[in-house]
Design a protein around this ligand. Structure first.
Ligand code: HEC
Length: 156
């Protein structure tokens, strides 16, 4: 008990000393002393048609189907039974929640984790909420490489 008490004092001393040393630009309350800059958040263009191409070429469709086209390793991502008002960030949050399973499956099936930019993701998200654009999704929407993968039985 005595040891526990002494070591917690030492740790809190080290923490406060560490804070003072590692934050030279912050005052005592930890507030940065430079002037605040104003950052404007710009919503990217959410291009569902581009999203359709990306969904086919990035490899999403090797595991997920849309419009009945694609693999069955993971849930179908059809928009037709969604609510009329959707928060696009919820889709990114779902991907984040499922990331451990998805990344493991991607490394196994595709040999690597799929990468995309924020712009690409926003177009994929637009596509995944666009029922009409999804009706245009056919086997030809998959890149030749991804068509081969599906035929070879990946994603079944
Ligand atoms: C190699 C297989 C694989 C690939 C490729 C893949 N996913 Fe997934 N995905 C999964 C698995 C496994 C899950 C978790 C189980 C599930 O939801 O079906 C998942 C879950 C998801 C979810 C959450 C679904 C839900 O209802 O919770 C979304 C959204 C998603 N993936 C989107 C994508 C997008 C977009 C791409 C392409 C950029 C992609 N996935 C590529 C396997 C894959």
């Amino acid at each position: 008990m005595k040891y526990l008490f002494t070591s917690s004092i030492v740790i809190s001393f080290m923490l406060s000393a560490g804070l003072a040393v590692s934050n030279p630009e912050h005052d005592e309350e930890g507030i940065a002393d430079h002037e605040a800059v104003s950052i404007q958040l710009i919503m990217p263009k959410m291009d569902a048609e581009l999203g359709r191409e990306l969904f086919g070429s990035k490899g999403c469709a090797t595991c997920h189907s849309v419009n009945g086209v694609g693999g069955e390793d993971a849930s179908a991502l059809d928009a037709h039974d969604m609510e009329p008002y959707m928060n696009p960030f919820d889709l990114a949050a779902k991907m984040w929640r499922m990331a451990p399973f998805m990344i493991e499956a991607q490394e196994e099936e595709l040999g690597e984790q799929i990468q995309f930019t924020g712009d690409e993701l926003s177009s994929i998200i637009a596509f995944l909420h666009d029922d009409l654009e999804q009706h245009e999704f056919t086997l030809e929407s998959l890149s030749p490489e991804m068509q081969e993968m599906l035929k070879a039985g990946h994603g079944d």
